[in-house]
Design a protein around this ligand. Structure first.
Ligand SMILES: Cc1ncc(COP(=O)(O)O)c(C=O)c1O
Length: 352
């Protein structure tokens, strides 16, 4: 396994904590806004759960996921769905479960795509974010992440379609859309919609962690090719990978509501709108950052020097190299801090 990168950031956390007004942690994309009351209530309602939950999901949850896929993602044709215990475990174990030999991952990406390939003992091939420019064989599993962590880049329809085309050469295309609900200056396009009912060798993973602020519950789902879902279900049944029953109910209830999601999207958009100009006024160029929870930016220096610049101001941000060598001159700033903390960070960026 690679070194756990967050350990390398710890000394900068100590530096940030030494700031007279304390540290502001903008390094992790962990939601801080409350889980909506109606979802908390749903969790509580289902808290009497003496029996085992089913791996395939309760009928209520399966209905909710299928309806979400059809209504919000434009899913058509034959597809199946499966709850998972947060999308990280799915990302980490998918190549192992599929017995993948060669996995294509974005060159700047959420680190767990690489970790999953390592667990599977698979060859890893890094590819550019734009699939229309790929000049590679297809491997047998391809990860696409739109909107992307860490860049906040929203893939175009052409790029996603180009990735999906690798299915005709035998690859399984897995699209991580866990930030799908948080389009800002660009709206993400659902891969289901672009698959136009041909879901063979296609999987998409969605998470409630950010969409509904329930990262602590561990609720996500995968949807797509019924044959692949059936293979994954069989394995997961044997391996005890079932979502807890109270969480299944809470996820079903959360998926039925888009109002709280729109409200949260507006909160992130407002934070980005306030923070980005403060950064640019100090010489940081903001790249992509059109959706999702992050600002991806650079002042042209090495990433650790930029992390140190923020740590002196009591702000902890993430160095871009955590996401691949191509990120080594960028930093990632998470919008997952309260409005008050974002305002305090802006104050420190502008005036110290
Ligand atoms: C791109 C991406 N995929 C998956 C995850 C995992 O999210 P969770 O396990 O909370 O669903 C994250 C978390 O930050 C992420 O950034």
């Amino acid at each position: 396994m690679p070194d756990f990168p967050w350990d390398l950031l710890a000394p900068y956390g100590v530096r940030a904590k030494n700031h007279p007004k304390g540290a502001i942690d903008l390094s992790q994309g962990t939601p801080v806004d409350p889980t909506p009351d109606f979802i908390q209530k749903a969790l509580h309602e289902a808290s009497n759960a003496p029996g085992y939950p089913v791996t395939t999901g309760s009928p209520e949850l399966r209905r909710a996921i299928i309806t979400y896929c059809r209504d919000q993602l434009g899913a058509a044709g034959e597809f199946d769905v499966l709850p998972v215990i947060g999308s990280k475990e799915f990302v980490a174990w998918l190549p192992f479960m599929l017995r993948s030999k060669k996995v294509l991952i974005p060159e700047i990406a959420y680190p767990t795509y690489r970790v999953g390939a390592i667990i599977a003992g698979a060859e890893i091939k890094e590819v550019g974010i734009d699939a229309t420019k790929w000049n590679t064989d297809s491997g047998d599993l391809i990860w696409v992440n739109t909107p992307s962590n860490p860049t906040g880049r929203v893939h175009s329809a052409d790029e996603i379609t180009a990735a999906l085309a690798h299915r005709s050469r035998g690859a399984i295309v897995a699209v991580d859309e866990c930030y799908f609900s948080f389009g800002d200056s660009k709206k993400p396009i659902s891969t289901f919609q672009l698959a136009r009912g041909d879901n063979k060798n296609f999987l998409t993973v969605h998470s409630l962690s950010k969409r509904s602020n329930l990262a602590g519950y561990r609720g996500a789902f995968v949807a797509g090719d019924p044959a692949l879902i059936s293979r994954l279900l069989e394995l997961r049944k044997h391996a005890g990978m079932m979502a807890p029953a109270p969480v299944q109910h809470a996820v079903a209830v959360a998926l039925g509501d888009e109002v709280h999601v729109q409200e949260q999207a507006m909160v992130y958009a407002a934070r980005r709108k306030r923070l980005a100009p403060a950064l640019t006024s100090k010489g940081f160029a903001v790249d992509f950052s059109d959706a999702g929870l992050y600002i991806w930016c650079s002042n042209g220096e090495e990433d650790w020097a930029q992390v140190a610049w923020f740590a002196e101001r009591g702000i902890l941000v993430t160095p871009g190299n955590f996401y691949g060598k191509g990120g080594a001159r960028h930093i990632r700033i998470a919008l997952t801090a309260t409005d008050a903390k974002i305002d305090e960070a802006i104050e420190r960026i502008l005036h110290s």
